[in-house]
Write a protein that binds this ligand. Structure first.
Ligand code: GTP
Ligand code: MN
Ligand code: MN
Ligand code: MN
Ligand code: MN
Length: 201
């Protein structure tokens, strides 16, 4: 386990910590951009109310709900669909890095991260609901976005996407997941990062 990481059970032993759960939802797809660039996978993120990119999910109170029940409640609020998430979908838990420049006296925050593979049709249903019936549409969540996994010749695509601003550790959660799930090869991710520094730094 990487430093700063803990198991789901270890995390829950900290009863004075606050807990938040977020999930990467994805599916395979046969769609092609411009009819020639394979999209390969649909990976969902969201534009948050604060202008930062992040994953759907939110604060969970383990005294009132399991982590996974709380995450499903947040998904109903933010996506308009109560996507069931189980313990088996849990990937990692870690302390939230302290926000630089701010002193916080409140208790520490533990971030729990999940990944769930779905069918393309289910992902499309979520996108529709998130833009219409979700209670938080236009409020906490300004819109769902798909992550471009390709890099264009002009350096657009994944490299450009990674140069945006992300909440907390969402950017590394995204990159680690793309590698772990084999959605992007290590070489292609390296190249996207290099191109991102060259083009957007
Ligand atoms: P409220 O209902 O307004 O409290 O929001 P919420 O319950 O939806 O909580 P939110 O999604 O904002 O997540 C809670 C905290 O977790 C945030 O303040 C961030 O510090 C952190 N956070 C939010 N999104 C992500 C994410 O995608 N990844 C990680 N690692 N942390 C996140
Ligand atoms: Mn929320
Ligand atoms: Mn949220
Ligand atoms: Mn909430
Ligand atoms: Mn809320």
């Amino acid at each position: 386990m990487a430093s700063g990481q803990m198991s789901r059970d270890e995390a829950l032993e900290c009863t004075c910590c606050r807990h938040a759960c977020h999930v990467l939802l994805y599916s395979e797809t046969a769609s092609q951009l411009f009819g020639r660039i394979p999209i390969r996978y649909i990976v969902l993120m969201q534009m948050r109310f604060d202008g930062l990119l992040g994953f759907p999910g939110g604060f969970v109170n383990p005294l009132e709900e399991t982590l996974e029940e709380g995450l499903t409640r947040e998904l109903l609020e933010e996506l308009g669909v109560a996507v069931p998430v189980s313990k088996e979908d849990h990937v990692e838990s870690c302390f939230s890095p302290p926000r630089s420049g701010t002193y916080s006296s409140s208790s520490r925050l533990i971030l729990h991260f999940y990944v769930k593979k779905m069918e393309e049709e289910q992902i499309r249903e979520i996108e529709k609901a998130a833009a219409s019936t979700a209670a938080d549409h236009g409020l906490e969540v300004l819109g769902m976005v798909r992550v471009p996994l390709y890099t264009t010749k002009s350096g657009g695509g994944l490299s450009c996407f990674l140069s945006h601003s992300f909440i907390g550790v969402a950017r590394s959660q995204l990159m680690n997941s793309l590698l772990r799930l084999h959605l992007v090869s290590p070489g292609d991710l390296q190249e996207a990062l290099r191109s991102s520094q060259r083009t957007h730094a």
